[in-house]
Design a protein around this ligand. Structure first.
Ligand code: FAD
Length: 389
């Protein structure tokens, strides 16, 4: 880890100003829409960012980016978090486009790469099913070959952002006779095809996810990503990106789009500090109480600590710290904190109450924190696998 300071050039400063100006202009609309729908994306702002080349800013302009410097990538990531721009659709799309670029055919890349960078195409992740999540080798959705076509039938679960996606990256069983993890193949399924139904799931955290049903959906072989029955190679790369392993863990731009949840805790702490500085009905300020000051200072120290590690260690620490500390903040503030955004007397416009609900899901999606602990044990410490192959 390099703890040295960095020099920010004039060009980076003016980029920073432009990013802040753009996000300040849209922040209220984004927050309002996210609160109302939990969609995980504001399609208009998403497209506007694509037009600016800010979705895949590391790419050269002819590929839809701005050839951003590492500092510019970090500025963008930081401001997106600070302005509470939801990253779900973005992070899903980025994970899949990396797979399409690596394992897809030239024709498929041609179809989706530039539209993705320009904000015209979003992709959701179709891995989880009613009977499998952590253990994806149990996928039951079938894809059966019929000439040059594949016929996909099955159900996906928690397919977040499908309602605003153009394709689903689907893990499907193509050889029911093969060993569980061998008979699987990945496909990019256009969501405009007949036979697809998307039904909403609303989570405790206010997020919108979906069930997606595939009823004999026909796609050509053009939409296959990777070799037949070799989804495991594709999924290993896809999950490494989702888990923040390999190249993605050291990239200046955080491609996991927010699986380090410290930003949410930092915003909750800010809200609590503002609350603590206000006189209460009895005239006292919570900040004048030593216990309140010490508790908030402890959380501030955790915010700094959990910001540091990338990848799975950061995921485990930041999720568990968010869950524990939002609960502590709720107790500190007391019953008023349960008033929701828009209600009279809501603390910090309901942010701590929302953050506490949101925190619970962070231990589950993108691989649970238990699974990430095993990854830390195996990949960082070289310990044996905790489960059978
Ligand atoms: C809000 C939300 C959004 C999501 N979005 C998506 C999405 O867009 N696309 C998608 O495909 N999926 C998505 N998911 C699904 C998510 O990835 C799974 O829920 C997750 O991987 C856990 O799988 P499961 O729910 O089947 O639980 P299980 O795998 O059944 O786990 C149950 C419990 O057992 C523990 N456990 C399981 N296996 C192990 C192990 N090997 N070692 C230690 N502990 C273990 C888990 O930690 C958990 O506590 C989303 C989930 C949520 C809640």
């Amino acid at each position: 880890v390099n703890f040295g300071t960095v020099t920010i050039s004039e060009a980076d400063r003016s980029f920073w100003k432009e990013v802040v100006g753009f996000l300040d202009e849209h922040a209220e609309a984004i927050a309002e829409q996210e609160w109302r729908t939990g969609d995980g994306v504001n399609p208009d702002v998403y497209k506007a960012m694509g037009d600016k080349g800010w979705l895949m800013p590391w790419l050269p302009p002819e590929e839809g980016g701005i050839a951003a410097t590492p500092i510019q990538l970090a500025i963008l990531a930081r401001e997106l978090r600070a302005h509470r721009v939801p990253q779900n659709a973005y992070s899903n799309t980025m994970q899949v486009i990396a797979m399409v670029n690596h394992f897809g055919t030239a024709a498929l890349r041609e179809e989706v790469a530039l539209p993705v960078a320009q904000g015209d195409v979003r992709i959701c992740l179709g891995y989880t099913e009613p009977d499998c999540g952590s253990d994806l080798a149990n996928v039951k959705t079938r894809a059966v070959r019929d000439g040059d076509e594949w016929v996909v039938t099955g159900q996906k679960m928690f397919t977040t952002t499908a309602q605003h996606a153009h394709y689903a990256f689907v893990l499907a069983r193509t050889d029911p006779e093969a060993a569980k993890h061998r008979g699987l193949t990945t496909f990019l399924v256009p969501l405009t095809r007949g036979g697809i139904e998307i039904r909403a799931i609303h989570t405790l955290g206010g997020e919108r996810s979906n069930m997606v049903f595939f009823d004999e959906v026909r796609i050509t072989d053009h939409y296959r990503v990777g070799a037949v029955n070799d989804a495991w190679s594709v999924m290993n790369s896809a999950l490494d990106i989702e888990h923040g392993l390999g190249e993605s863990s050291s990239a200046g731009f955080d491609v996991d789009g927010g699986l380090n949840f410290t930003g949410t805790l930092a915003l909750t702490l800010d809200a609590a500090v503002r609350w603590a500085g206000q006189p209460q009905p009895d005239g006292t300020r919570p900040l004048d109480d030593l216990h309140v000051r010490q508790t908030l200072a402890m959380i501030a120290a955790e915010v700094e600590l959990t910001r540091l590690p990338a990848g799975p260690p950061g995921r485990v620490l930041s999720s568990e710290s968010l869950i524990a500390n939002t609960a502590i903040i709720l107790e500190l503030i007391g019953p008023d904190v349960l008033l929701q955004r828009g209600e009279d007397g809501a603390v910090a416009d309901g942010w701590p109450e929302y953050a506490h609900r949101f925190a619970q899901g962070t231990a589950i999606y993108g691989g649970t924190t238990d699974v990430h602990r095993s990854i830390v044990a195996e990949k960082y410490l070289g310990m044996p696998r905790s489960r059978a192959r």
